[in-house]
Ligand binder design. Sequence first.
Ligand SMILES: N[C@@H](CCC(=O)N[C@@H](CS)C(=O)NCC(=O)O)C(=O)O
Length: 233
Amino acid sequence: MLKLYYARPSAYARPVWLALLEKQLPFELIPVDLGGGQFAPEFLALNPFSHVPILVDGDFRVIESLAILDYLEARYPSPSLLPTDAMILAKVRMVQLVTFNELLPAIVKLLIQDENSNEEQSAELPYAQLRAGNTLSFLEDLLGNCPYFAGEQLTLAEIVAGTLVHLMPYLGVPLTNYPKLKDWSERLWVRPTWQQIALSAEEWSSFKRRMRVIPKIWQRHRRQRMKALSQKT
Ligand SMILES: N[C@@H](CCC(=O)N[C@@H](CS)C(=O)NCC(=O)O)C(=O)O
C-alpha cells in the first residue's frame, strides 16, 4: 500500500494527501512530528533534506511534493488531474509554482507576524501583504470565468492553490477583492475529499503557536547536523 509521511498542517504535504484522496487510492498516513522527528536517522534515510512529504510506493520512494504529484499522475492516471493541452498545462504549472514560490512565503511571514502583532511591525509585513495581493490578483485573472484553472477539469492547480488560498482571510487578507477566486475556493471546500483534510480551529491555532518556536528548533538541529556532517568529511 502507498505510504505518505506527512504532517497535517504542512503546506507541502497537504496537496499530496488531497491528490491521493481525489484519486481514491488506498494509502497509509504516517505522521511526522516536525518538532524534531524529521531529524531521526530513520527519517533522514528516507529524505536527507528532513522534509515531509515523502511517498513510498512499494520499493520506490519519492520526495518533493511536486515530483510526488507528477508521479501519482503518471502512475495512477485515473481520474486525471493534469491536462495535456500545452497552454492549459502551462497554466496549471504556473498556478502550482506561483502558489509555492510567491504565495507561500508571504503566508509564512503573515503567520509569524500575526502571532507577534503586539511587536513593532517590520517592513517585511507590508511586503508580505503586497506579495500575497499580487499573487491573488494574478490567480484571479488566470481563473477568469472558468470553474477551474484548466476550464471544466479539476487539476493539480486546484490541489496546490486551493489548499492555501482559503487561509488568506485568517491572515488579514480578505478575498473580497478577488470574487472569482473566493467562489472557486468555496466550491472546492464543500467537496468531501477537501473536508477530510480540513484543519479544526484548534489545530490551526496550535499550528500558529508552534510556528513561533519551530524554526528555532530546526535551526538548532541543522547546526548540529552541519557539524556532524563536516566532521565526517
Ligand atoms: N520543496 C519541498 C519542501 C518541503 C518542506 O519544506 N516541508 C516542510 C513542512 S511544510 C518540512 O518538512 N520542514 C521540516 C524541515 O525542514 O526540517 C517539497 O515541495 O516537498
